[in-house]
Design a protein around this ligand. Sequence first.
Ligand code: NAX
Ligand code: ADP
Ligand code: MG
Length: 286
Amino acid sequence: MINLSHELAANVITPRNRDSFKGTYGHVLIVGGNANLGGAVIMNAQAAVQSGAGLVTVATDLTNKTAIHARLPEVMVVDYQSDLTQTIKKADVVLVGSGLGEEIGVLNQVLAHIQPKQTLIIDGSALTMMAEQNLSLPNAKVVLTPHQMEWQRFGEVTIADQAREDANWEALINFKTEPILVLKSSATQVYLKDDMYQLTVGGPYQATGGMGDTLAGMVAGFAAQFQPLGPAVLAAVYCHSAIAEDLSKAAYVTLPSTIAAAIPAYMQRLAQESISKDPVDTKQEE
Ligand SMILES: NC(=O)C1=CN([C@@H]2O[C@H](COP(=O)(O)OP(=O)(O)OC[C@H]3O[C@@H](n4cnc5c(N)ncnc54)[C@H](O)[C@@H]3O)[C@@H](O)[C@H]2O)[C@@H](O)CC1
Ligand SMILES: Nc1ncnc2c1ncn2[C@@H]1O[C@H](COP(=O)(O)OP(=O)(O)O)[C@@H](O)[C@H]1O
Ligand SMILES: [Mg+2]
């Protein structure tokens, strides 16, 4: 077990290359938000944009289009019922499931068209539908972001057993494509290759709807611009809760949109640290 540390995130978030453009920082496609749950994709997208993804497209129920554009002019919007296949082709990272409800046809399109070189983050309703329909993971670089109930449904590990690292590894071995697992709770764990990483920042001020949608958007934004994928996911998980912990010094609850708004300043602090630090120091624990 390894603690998710500030150093680990600072090693991922380095200053940007002057000679770069939006294409350098990846194209995120967010697929979710049925007619009642459009807020979920707004929170995904706000987090992905504020994390620095080069381009962000939302494929959603079209009733959400005006609200998304009003909140996030940086984001492109397409109809998930008609424009999904060609939009998936243009993406580096696809995030599916937040607020998707029971739109199984949309989920099936994503699973059928995702390519092995693409990163696929599977969240929320997508995990619940995959469990109900017994769907397999596609051949892609997969990141799963379940909360405890979603992991009980999809990984078939009871919430009580999820405290046991070996029970979660046993469930992960059944998946052929070696997904990264972000198992969210008040003590979030990340399973990556042969290691389990434990989150030690964050707290109950985060217990509000949309907090996971924001995390999923951050994971997508970080995965789009920082390679390799594993450390990018770890850095996103750490920063999401570290920002919340910072905000909680002056706030009883830390709203998802407030966390998202604080991402660029937090990332800039980490990027500045990564230049001022001696390379030997960055390897030491906090
Ligand atoms: N504004 C929005 O549009 C929002 C949309 N949301 C979307 O709504 C869909 C349904 O998600 P829900 O998670 O609400 O519903 P679920 O039915 O998937 O999960 C909630 C159930 O899990 C149980 N549970 C046990 N341990 C838990 C844990 N550690 N964290 C959370 N729940 C735990 C709860 O008691 C509850 O019975 C998802 O697609 C999600 O992305 C939510 O994010 C809320 C906000
Ligand atoms: N008591 C808590 N302490 C720390 N983190 C918490 C706590 N409660 C919730 N969280 C975090 O909030 C997020 C909730 O995710 P999720 O349930 O998927 O939210 P939603 O689907 O509403 O967006 C996770 O990242 C989880 O770790
Ligand atoms: Mg969720």
